[in-house]
Design a protein. Sequence first.
Lengths: 259, 190
Amino acid sequence: MNHDEAQALVRDLFVGGEVDAAQQAALRAHLRTCADCRGLYDRWAEAEAAVGETYAASASAQRVWPSVAASAPSRSRASSWRIAGGALAAVAAALALWVTLPAPMTVEHGALPEYNVTLRPIQQTHRSADVASTERAVLLRNSDPLDLIVRPATRFSGPIRAEGFWVGAGDTRRSFALQGAEGGSFRYRGEADVVLPPAGEWTLVVYVAREDARPSDERIAALATGTATSSYDTKEKSFEAAVGQEDVWFFVVPVVVVD
Amino acid sequence: MVHRGELERIYEVTAPRILQRLRSGFSYYNKSGENRFVRVVSAFDREEILQETFGRFTEQWDKGNYDPTRPAEPYLMRIAFFTTLQYTGRQSREIPDEDVEIRWAEAALPVQSAEEKLVTEERAAQVRAFLESLSEEDKRICALRFQEDLSQAKIGERIGMSRDHVQRALRRLKRRLAEFFEDQGWLSEP
């Protein structure tokens, strides 16, 4: 579906034209990966809310109902959601959710969504005197288990890959594989003495790319020696900023590993 | 086993309420006792969360974990809460993997900034002016549909017209509204 088709369907949806369930599903799949069309959809919805908020909420619910109705009967067989146990206890939800992101109804190979990175546990950030010489560096202790999560802003499904590198002095490079999860997330975790490089200063480079857009070794090396692309948000406890484009997102963060 | 008719009834009642709550926002306390506020600004995102919320709900129902004799709304709101945290990327950042106490307190924080409030009020005034320009019958239909959120059949009963007549009138009115939105620039990129 291209932009013109999607935008015409958005108009039909809000004006009351004929849009069947299959067209709606295709449109929603397109909107998941197209920020421009999603923006238009949101502007229509806001305009509708100006006419009547209760009406807008009902109309919005009606637009979603075909998708809910279509997935309800076969949900238990097809779903990737797995909430542990019977109750929706927080413990079950929190443990289960991140690796069981729901699969989109339709796979669309559009542009990558924005990604962010969570790295735990971070002992200290560049504010510490310990790492004053390496601005923006984060301090990781190799006695703690490491958990690196790369998560898209919106669910994404398609042929993508993620790879990480610890790049040290003299372009010493250790690569590691991130485990993919449904929805476009990736994770790398384990005991630090296994997954972290030896004590010292390193640059952590992680990329997420479409299968056909793997960055070259030269690009990775250039990034590792350049300016950090991600700064640590102490409030949100994650790296929000990154550089990216349609096919690839990068995270480049100076790291100090200590014993 | 999910009963389709019952699901539709629950959806009809609770889905708009969930969407409104996501739009106005809600606050909660994490384990550290810190107050957090979540508001889903994008209508598309709200609809995505709604769809996933009901997907989970039907799954739990199908497994026998939801007792259909109990009220569905609190159960659904709790699912919507966790789905929102996951969708907005807060799940792993803010909610510890153990006992979490959720307290609903929507009124704890203002839901709109002063600027947003101004835009909302301006738009409402512009819509009122537009509606005033309509014929008396169209004004009545708009009020019943957009303010009172009545179905086409009920509007027909109120104004003594057939459902088909109301349906045709609403299609025409929605097209006029769309032109009005476009004229105001509401559909253009900011």
